[in-house]
Every structure is written in structure tokens, then in C-alpha cells.
Design a protein around this ligand. Sequence first.
Ligand code: NOJ
Ligand code: CA
Length: 548
Amino acid sequence: MHKTTMNWWQEEVGYQIYPRSFKDSNHDGIGDLNGVREKLPYLKQLGIGFIWLNPINASPNVDNGYDISDYRKILSEFGTMADFEALLAEAHAQNIKVIMDLVINHSSDQHEWFKQALSAPDNPYREYFIFEDAVDGHAPNDWPSIFGGSAWELDEKSGQYYFHTFAKEQPDLNWESEKLRRDILAMVAWWLEKGVDGFRIDAISHIKKAPFTLMWDAADHKRPYKNFQNVPGIEEHLQELQAVFQKHDALSVGEASGVSAQQAPAWVGPSGYFNMIFSFDHIHLWKRELGEKFNIPAFKHALATWQEALDEGRGWNALYLENHDVLRSISAFGDTRTEEARVISGKALALMYFLLQGTPFIYQGQEIGMTNFPFTAIDQIDAVDSRAHYFALLAEGKTEAEAIRQVGSTTRDNARTPMQWDDTTYAGFSTHKPWLAVNPNYPTVNVQRAMRESNSLFHFFQQLIVLRKNNEALLTGRFTELLKADPQVFAYTRTNAAQHFLIVVNLDRTPTTLALELASDAQLILSNYSTYETATLQAYEARLYQIN
Ligand code: NOJ
Ligand code: CA
């Protein structure tokens, strides 16, 4: 692939914004669209090419915007449609593209369609959702919701049950209904016509369901939700969506849990449904028991498998270590024990994933090395699934201390605390008490300080962005993993006819030998230590070499 034939989204870096926690412009403790607008120059300085906004549509916020009550309105806490249009125009003026979150597996139970549907079984909107008769006085089957409990909720009025993959306030839309599909596709086109540059498509692998007569296979630990995850037949719906994206030349990034690396070329290959998809194989590895060690070989294997599956034009990866649903990466995979270790391991992780094949995404705060929050009580936690988890643990007989330890170390709220801009009260996010507490490490970990210090993680990311853009082999070069059996070093090359790069990263806090013969002309381009010995890798030491 020659550079001139590349798509803009292959060269650029994405930045994910969780608007509720990014920047509060009107001092009510909630981040908003004008706050995002205010910070565009900052994002420009970092070097990013597009932003992905988590949901900003009207929503009762049971699942922070992932329960949409009106697809064509802006959540009033975030601002108005005029604010959104101003943000879009200003981003475009600064050459930053904007993609939105498209949440179309389910809506809110407060959506007009669902209210209509509940009003009577023969209401025309009933078919927009999934209603089934009770079986022997119980739910139609034993499938579990991803957020805990049954995936079915009783509609007392009719005696039927409706299906929800996530919370009961997030009823699944019925993609078998042609009318529903037509309305959804028209809404997608409406936003694209407004000038939005594309979408991150939420939970899209769930839109097709297996026959409800199938029982849940609790023993399948790899794919417990397979009855409503990447079910055959989904391709027909995806192709319809793809046609709308293509017509508007929109960027599409699917959230595709349950899609394997082997299946990925069908999803993101030259004639795939999306430009890229977020995969979960590597990210799921933080879900280990408390105190258990991070499984580095499994992590390396997951990343390399996706690289190999989509190498040489078979597809394009979406590269990420963080988002609003998972832990802060330095807390999950790095070392937070000292300030120095935080920065060094943050750089190692950055170098490791940024130079893989694909488009890197930075999640807000990742660029300054924000870490998990030290939760001590359930009232510090907002996430609907985490709260349910906590109360389920208490019901099982766990003490409050045990329950908060477990939930606090896994909750998505670790990633949702307010962005740390400076060392003033509330970290410069707001002058009002924020909706979720600010991480107490903000006097040290904040944007102002990271921008002042030349050696900061922020500047390291800046360098990576420039390097990647200026070196074609780092964009489209072939990926080859080295040292596959090494228990702690992830090493790979990116190569094309003209350039050869080598990346080596020690993913552990213990030093190790670098079991590679380096070419005599190997030139160190970037690393996270100022002094080093070639044959030894210090804790989380990471290097980028060019060999030519
Ligand atoms: C995935 C989103 O990233 C997550 O935040 C949300 O809770 C679920 N999908 C349901 O929409
Ligand atoms: Ca606000």
C-alpha cells in the first residue's frame, strides 16, 4: 500500500472523549460540549486527528448515555444542538474530525418507541423491541444479561417479557423489524448529513439473536453470551449499515465483542462492514483475581494474533489500551508504585501499542498517565453494573470491605473520574464539586505539569504521533513478532521495502536480558530511559530502533 492510497484515518490518531468527565464549562460539576470545544487547541497540540465522543444524545443516564431516549437530540446537561454544531465547525476548522457514538443495539426504556410499545401489544412500535411470551410462567429462557441477572424483564401489563442485553432500562431493539431498521438507518444518515465524520458503533455484535429456544451454555467461559453475540445472519444487518456509511464516506469503528481474530477480515477487510473494530482479547486480561500477576505471554499472544490476522492488507486494527469501560492501563499493566515507575511504565505501554499496525486511540487522561481511583465506599461509585455487582456480593455474604475491594479494583469508574487539567481544586475540571470524585493524585498527575516537563508522558505521546505519521513502515509496514517465547519482552518489527524498525519492550518490573542480536547499524530513535545497556532491559524499558 503506498502512502498516497491511504485513508485519512489510517494515518491519524484518535482521541476518545468521555464528555461527562472531560471539561465542565458552566460549573455544574458535569463536563459538556463547550468544555470539549475549549480544549480543542490542547488536542491539536497533542497531534490527534479525530475525536470520538461517548454518547451525547438525550438520555436518562442509567448507563451514562448508553441508554438513548431521543437519537436526534443532545443531552441538555451537555449543551444544545447549537453547541454541538459549533463544536463540529470549530473542530473542522482546526482539522480535527469528529466521530460520535452510535448506540443502536438498544435504546432507553424512556424512548418514545418503547413507551408506545409498552402501551399495548398491538401498538405499531411493539415490533421495534423484542417481546416474547412467558414459558411456564417464567422468562422465555435462561440467558443472562451482561450487566447481571436475567436478560428478560416482565412487562406486567401484557404478561410478556422483553429482552435486554444490558440493564433492564436498555431494551434491545429488534433488528428483525424492517421498520426499525429503516428508522435507524435514516437517523444515521441524518447525523452524517449534519457533517459528522463517522461513528464508533456500540455493542454492534449483539444485534442478532439466536433462537430463544436455545439454552444458555454456562460452561462456555470463552463466549458466555454467544446466543446474542456475533450470531450468524448478523452480516445482513451489518451490510445495510455499511451501505449508509459508504454513501457518506464515514469512518466506522465497531465495538465487536465476540468477534475472533480469524473472523476479523470479514468485518474489517477490504470489503468488510467497518473500517476497524475494537477487539477485546488483550484488554480482557486485566480481569484477573486481586493480586494475581498480569499474564504477559497471553497479552503478547492476543496482540500478535490480531496483528497477524489483519497484516498485509487483510484488514486494519483499532489499537487501544484504555477506554471508559476498563481500568487505567498503567494500573492494569504497568507500575504505579512510584512516580518514576508510573511514567516509565506508561511510556513502555505507549510505545508498545502505538507502533503496531492500525489506528491508535488515546483515551482522555491516558496521555498524562492517569491511574485507577482508590475507592473505599460504594457511594463513590456510579456505574450501574458495578453497583449491581457490589450489592450482589453483599447478598452472597461478603463484608462491605471485601465487596468494595473487589468492585473498586474492577469498576469502570476508575476510568471515568474527571480529567486532571491542573493542580487547583477539582483539578481544573470544574469549580463545582464534580459528579464523580477527582483522583487524589491530581496535584502530581495533571496536564499543566505534563506540558511543562519535557520528559513527560504527554511529550512522549506527541513524539510517537509524529514518528508514526512520518514513517510509512510504521503505518503500513509488515508486522513480525520476535522473541515469541520470551516471558516478558514484547518485540516486533515493522518493515517495508525501504525501512526497517524494531520495537522491544520489557513488560515487567524486573530487568531482563535482551536476547536479540542487534544489527551494527541499529539506531536508537526513542526510548524511556536516559541511560541504558544494550543487552539488558531495565524495568519497563522500551526502545524503538531503526535499522537500515
Ligand atoms: C459498551 C459501552 O462501551 C458501555 O459503556 C456500555 O455500557 C455498553 N456498551 C452498553 O451500551
Ligand atoms: Ca457543565
